[in-house]
Design a binder for this molecule. Sequence first.
Ligand code: FE2
Length: 374
Amino acid sequence: METLEKTETITSQDFLPLNGTDHIEFYVGNAKQSAYYYQTAWGYKLVAYSGPETGVRDRASYVLQQNKVRLVLTTSLQPDSEITKHHAKHGDGVKFLSIWVDDATKSFEETVKRGAKPYMAPTRFEDEHGWVVISAIHTYGDTIHKFVERNHYNGPFLPGFKAVPNAIDVVPVGLKYVDHCVGNVELGAMNQWVKYYEDVMGFKLLITFDDEDISTEYSALMSKVVSNGNGYIKFPINEPAEGRKKSQIEEYLDFYQGAGVQHIAIETDDIIATVGELRRRGIEFLYVPETYYDDIPQRVGQIDEDLEALKKLNILIDRDEDGYLLQIFTKPVEDRPTLFYEIIQRRGAKSFGKGNFKALFESIEREQELRGNL
Ligand code: FE2
């Protein structure tokens, strides 16, 4: 059953006002090569770097940006660091889902007071471009939420990072901002994490999908979407459900060795151009059969885009009471079947493409089967 509740904008009384996603930091095996992939294939611009050349001895980090989407790729330079251990266990994956706030000290105090497990107490960093305060709390798995207060900083990223010239002629693909970030958690843990976001961060439960909504002949999952007061941060949380075969969430948990970020959805305002260009650059997307498009006119009604163009690019369409949306999902972007991306264009719709779940999960199962993990 789907319940969609409109959240009010209650920022004035919100104990944790959030301005949006600040950046997403990955721990990866080879940040230099990953940065090349994100520049050439995804069109991100390299905007800042920190590493031995900037006086940091134990790691190298590359900051990539396209409009409001900012990714940081970090690799360890040592054999036994926390980063190396994280990478050995999880493979390439998201370590920090960092949120932009006006007051990182208050964000830390208010969330820790409500039960958040602290990761880093509020700490001030400064350089010639100004100062920032960063604090951090734990969430599911080894994933961390950083609170970044940067209103008094105008450098390329954060203190310690230097602007770097782009060696590559980067052509953006129209990625605008992070729409939502989805977490996969262990069987039975979804409600606990929903409660965590409600109690600790003051989020509201936006939508519930049960295993009736999200099941195929073989496997199932359950999902709840939580969002902050102004709706700038949306975190769907998935857990596996009993099915005849292995849930895609279980496959993720097996290969990520626990809970973690499953996918990052990024908004574009021209999905046909964005996906066309990504495909030309070799990004692989999940495939849905042509028959998916047979009932689209009846199911979603009038849309502005050319249906043939959407069909050719295998873009999915869904409608809710507020409008429609267009979306497509990549295959996992590392060798482990873990993190993938969603490209989404909202045409009024505020939901997450429930009408596409079945086609999508059947597509994921075909991939799971090829990997021998179904
Ligand atoms: Fe999504």
